[in-house]
Design a protein around this ligand. Sequence first.
Ligand code: TEU
Length: 540
Amino acid sequence: MDKKWWKEEVVYQIYPRSYKDNDNNGYGDIQGIISKLDYIKSLGANVIWLSPVYKSPDDDNGYDISDYYDINPKLGTLDDMKELFAEAKKRDMRIIMDLVINHTSDEHPWFIEAKNNPDSKYRDYYYFRKGKKNGKKAPNNWSGYFSGPAWEKIEGTDDYYLHLFSKKQPDLNYHNPAVLEEVKNICKFWLDLGCSGFRCDVINIIYKSSLEDGKPRIFLTGKEHYVSQDGCHKILKEIRHEVLDKYDCFTVGESSEATMDMAKDLTNDELHMLFCFEHLNIDIIGAPVFRTKFKPWKLNKCLTKWQLNFPWNTSFFECHDQVRVVSRYGDDKNYHKESAKAIATLQFGLKGTMFIYEGQEIGMTNVKWNSIDEIDDVSTHYVNKLLKSLHLPKKLSWKLLTNFCRDHARTPMQWDDSINAGFNEGNKTWLKVNENYPTINVKNNLEDKDSIWYYYQDLIALRKSKEGLIYGDFKPVKANKNLMVFERIYGEEKYLVCVNLSKKTIRHNLDTKGKILINNYKKENIDEVLLPYESFIIEK
Ligand code: TEU
């Protein structure tokens, strides 16, 4: 296994508007992040992935960029960003940025020009097409990620433009080589300024190989025309060779709908690693709103498949698009601490670069939403519209919506028990604070040696001290259906990782001889009965 610094690091994702609001305007900001660098470093994470901070009308909180070379004034300035790079460097930390190049904002000057002037060179930066039936019908039958048609009509014309996400996020056209040149320049600009790589937003769908109708599906009609196409591989290779390979940086691509084979291609001389979501789709049926009960064996099966067949990837359970993992695969009511730690043990026991998301280190949970007005997430609003048009019973609609709503993960970071959880000094907040902040917060965690926070700190330190936990092979061990058990083997080094993913007490006959490196019940000996969500790593 090739050794690389980015395989050994732990990456901490920040959703900037939710992290720390130093200027008290209701939005977290870059100065807020700077003031928390020591905090992140003390946890053991040396790399930060920043969700977008670029100029944006914020339809999708920065994933709709209107200027790739400037910063959203709500979050700070370019000088703040330079300061962040410098302050991170002082601490031996690195920053990776979000690269959102499947689409821009409809308020990007390219799009404005393209829309207003069909003869402009920017027209071909996007997909503008005449509608069918004299403009009455969209150019094809594709549906978007946020539900509804993927085309928006331009008023007063027969023309439409393609948007796989919100209608304020028009898709860029990579058949036009000028678009790729723009992207290379954007990458160079930020790498030269001091960033150490990119998390590449929905990167495997950027190339549309045709605009033909797609096979009708519940979710993403049309996807066979854009998921991981040859044209996409060609582009990624070009960016890798002409730009990325000239810097000491890494990329992690957010993949969408990628199979194992697609993922292998995407990391072969293209991206360094990928976010694949199969393990976060095991409780989903058909479309993200339809959720079923979590089944540990399904998670085990899925993770085992990826661990055995994929040479190097990411290990993650949270991000800004997913509900909180302790509320999803754990039990945030009866076993909050135990289950948060169990999931942490699983994540850090696995092979791959570790990515944790702000608040995961203190077991932040899903939120109790009272009405749609409290929700900001653009995708939830799209789906709400769709559900309304279906005239489903209100209670059912609300359940479906709040099951997947991305705002669960986006509420302000809970720093302490003061007003607004210490996120700011008591001004409004762009999204409400989770009401459990008086108990679940960083301050409480730091005052309790047995907290989830210290458990993460221990796990991170442990992983850094044992090469075998980083580079070791993964070998599954058969056990009870509610357990996930595996070994990590690296030359002479051997570890046993065992996680009870249920609230059941489970009798086992695993060989637990060896040194306990970590155990969430702090047992001196592992006995034959595992307690709810008990987990441990043993050095054999
Ligand atoms: O996400 C892409 C994506 O597929 C998810 O938003 C997906 O629709 C959602 O998880 C379903 O529950 C990326 C970003 O991470 C996301 O925040 C952006 O909204 C999206 O791209 C568009 O840029």
